[in-house]
Design a protein around this ligand. Structure first.
Ligand code: FES
Length: 158
């Protein structure tokens, strides 16, 4: 549950202008990190346009996020050079360790699993990125060991 009062302030700041909805949503997302159902409903009420219209805009543009992401974003490369070096086996192992399909987030909010396009590190394929760190020469076991490390760090410092 968010404190939604900031939404009113953002909309108020645009009250006298004919600002396109996309700019309002950009500011709202900047404030809250995502555009959840709760947030979009409040925006719709405040600017008095149908919720379906707001959803249409929020889900059309890839710069908007409508679901919460995990604390750590795991991005796996599955482009051809990584694929040839066994990225599918790495990915399958990660999926089964985390219990996730692509685009999903663990129920405890620790990890979100996504694809990435080529990271330009094909020489050390297969490659994955966790937040801003890149890991190469992965094996299925090595990839899961790295994620276990993140998980442990998360619990001991949280
Ligand atoms: S294809 Fe995976 S890093 Fe280039």
């Amino acid at each position: 549950m968010h404190d939604l009062n900031k939404i009113d302030e953002i909309i108020q700041a645009y009250a006298d202008t004919r600002t396109p909805l996309i700019y309002v949503l950009k500011d709202v997302q900047k404030e809250y990190g995502l555009l959840s159902d709760e947030i979009l409903t409040r925006v719709a009420q405040k600017i008095n346009i149908p919720l379906s219209e707001i959803y249409g805009v929020a889900t059309f543009y890839s710069l908007f996020t409508t679901t919460a992401k995990g604390k750590h974003i795991v991005r796996c490369c599955n482009n051809a050079p990584c694929h040839v070096k066994g990225s599918k086996a790495v990915l399958d192992h990660i999926k089964s360790y985390l219990g996730l399909e692509m685009g999903e987030t663990t129920p405890d909010g620790t990890f979100t699993l996504e694809f990435t396009s080529c990271l330009g590190l094909c020489a050390v394929a297969p490659v994955m990125m966790v937040d801003n760190e890149v890991y190469g020469n992965l094996t299925p076991e090595k990839a899961v060991a790295i994620l276990k490390d993140y998980k442990m760090k998360g619990t001991s410092h949280a």
